[in-house]
Design a protein around this ligand. Structure first.
Ligand code: ADE
Length: 256
């Protein structure tokens, strides 16, 4: 997968490329990435990339000519790449969009800044718009990092342990179970005993129940829309029975 980011601030990406899992993914060739400076395509003496909006109002707008030239230049070497504009007006990014994007060979991201980019670029030079949430950033750069990070970790080989992405929150419609590491007792609190048992079947069962409990408590909306496996429904039924017994007991106690 090759990511190209078209931006006025390519240097923002330097430490992003140079650290942790993204760095290793680049070094091992699972992904490649480049940041292209819009300013390099400005033709005038001052290398102008923005201008005042027609019709008046606050702020500046990214000019169409240098941005169009930047996109055309990148597209010359990547004619099939999808060109995605980062904007709060775009399709909402989530794990399923990340999975879709992980299947692409090449993606070009355009980062807006200031009040935005000239509308003619949005209409004629992009294949889609993407938002990372209903809030407005000062530019698309942090949003692109979010997207590249989430997409990269779904590309085979990027995560050390191949199963890591499989059990992620959202990957199966449930939040991921809790994790524990040494020490076994931390500030008086012990690791759940089953995790020390070495019994993989019981550990898997505990993890599944923990996923279900977390999803029920933190994100019940996911349980309403997602399709649960038969085993997961069985666990929910068992809770229902246990809770019904508890309530019956409490009601009997209250009457006596
Ligand atoms: N640019 C500014 N805000 C953004 C957002 N929420 N998502 C994507 N790009 C943006």
């Amino acid at each position: 997968m090759h990511f190209t980011v078209i931006t006025l601030f390519p240097e923002i990406f330097t430490s992003f490329w140079e650290n942790s899992i993204i760095r290793r993914a680049l070094e091992e060739g699972h992904i490649s990435a480049s940041a292209v400076n819009i300013r390099d395509f400005a033709k005038d003496r001052h290398r102008t990339t923005d201008d005042r909006p027609y019709g008046g109002g606050c702020g500046m707008v990214i000019k169409p000519e240098p941005l169009a030239a930047a996109i055309r230049s990148v597209k010359e070497n990547a004619p099939d790449a999808k060109t995605i504009l980062m904007t709060p007006q775009g399709r909402k990014f989530d794990q399923s969009v990340a999975r879709e994007m992980a299947g692409e060979k090449e993606i070009i991201f355009i980062c807006g800044r200031y009040e935005g980019i000239d509308e003619r670029i949005c209409r004629n030079f992009t294949d889609g718009e993407l938002s990372i949430g209903d809030y407005v950033l000062t530019g698309g750069e942090p949003a692109v990092m979010v997207v590249i990070d989430a997409v990269s970790r779904l590309i085979p080989g990027v995560l050390g342990c191949e199963n890591s992405a499989e059990n992620d929150s959202f990957s199966r419609g449930l939040l991921e179970h809790g994790h524990f590491t040494r020490p076994g007792i931390f500030e008086g609190e012990s690791v759940p005993e089953v995790l020390l048992s070495g019994n993989h079947q019981q550990i898997e069962r505990w993890r599944l129940e923990d996923s279900l409990i977390r999803t029920f408590l933190k994100r019940p909306d996911l349980l309403k829309t997602g399709k649960l496996h038969r085993e997961e429904v069985r666990i929910l039924k068992k809770w229902q029975d246990d809770i019904a017994k508890l309530i019956a007991f409490q009601e009997r106690e209250a009457q006596s």
